[in-house]
Design a protein around this ligand. Structure first.
Ligand code: GLP
Length: 234
């Protein structure tokens, strides 16, 4: 059995808009019907489907825009790879940089080292089903993870490498979330308009009594949703 026409059209549009910046206007039902040679009813149903999935949003009187679905991120010490797989998405990464830098005051403070200590900085674009979700800048103590630069983090999970190669077992973690505006250098990579709102998650993880990782993840605000289990008062 072949898929109904509106589904086919919805799939085509999904592909077309998956990488589009949030806020991109989309054609009206009538225009879409004319452009693709389907009925207005089919065009409407295709758009409805994408609105339901969160990829498009109808703004009354202004038309329909690309918004991208929000991804629910749990407050647990799980990795991006695990989080996305648990939600049925295919995670992937693009390495934007992997270099040894010198700790400035902030980084030295996080790791409890001296200013100027060597720190490995891994910058990655994280994607779910090929949609850019976040830029993650992970700082790791270079002395604690010798040879880590040999890994291909375009395909490997950082947490897996830390666990399997370096025997890291996290004991604790802290996550600070704050709102901000996207950095100019990140707009194209995240496929958002300049000045768009973002949420920054700064995570510090501790193993064997010392801080092993400080990662700042920048999520476009429209693609991020926080979920946490709330424990009852005891
Ligand atoms: C999450 C955390 C980051 C961590 C990353 C590891 O996104 N917020 O602090 O570095 O997972 O992800 P992966 O193991 O998939 O590379």
């Amino acid at each position: 059995m072949t898929a109904p026409k509106y589904r086919e059209l919805a799939e085509q549009l999904r592909e077309q808009y998956a990488q589009a910046p949030v806020g991109t206007p989309t054609p009206s039902e009538r225009q879409l019907a004319d452009d693709t040679g389907v009925s207005r009813m089919t065009a409407r149903r295709a758009i409805d489907e994408l609105v339901r999935s969160g990829l498009l949003t109808r703004a009354v009187g202004r038309g329909t825009f690309v918004t991208q679905p929000a991804m629910s991120v749990p407050l647990r010490l799980t990795s991006f790879t695990e989080d996305m797989r648990a939600r049925g998405h295919v995670p992937s990464s693009r390495v934007l940089g992997l270099e040894v830098v010198r700790a400035d005051e902030r980084v030295a403070g996080v790791f409890g080292t001296v200013v100027g200590a060597r720190v490995t900085l891994l910058s990655r674009l994280r994607l779910a089903d090929d949609v850019p979700m976040a830029i993650e800048r992970s700082h790791l103590r270079t002395d604690a993870f010798p040879g880590i630069e040999r890994h291909d983090f375009g395909v490997e999970s950082l947490y897996r490498v830390l666990a399997e190669e370096y025997g890291v077992r996290f004991e604790a973690g802290e996550q600070v979330i704050r709102a901000g505006l996207v950095r100019d250098e990140d707009t194209t990579t995240l496929a958002v308009a300049p000045g768009s709102p973002v949420l920054e998650l700064a995570r510090t993880t501790v193993a064997h009594g010392s801080v092993v990782e400080w990662t700042v993840s920048t999520y476009p605000a429209s693609r991020f949703e926080l979920s946490a289990q709330i424990a009852p008062l005891t």
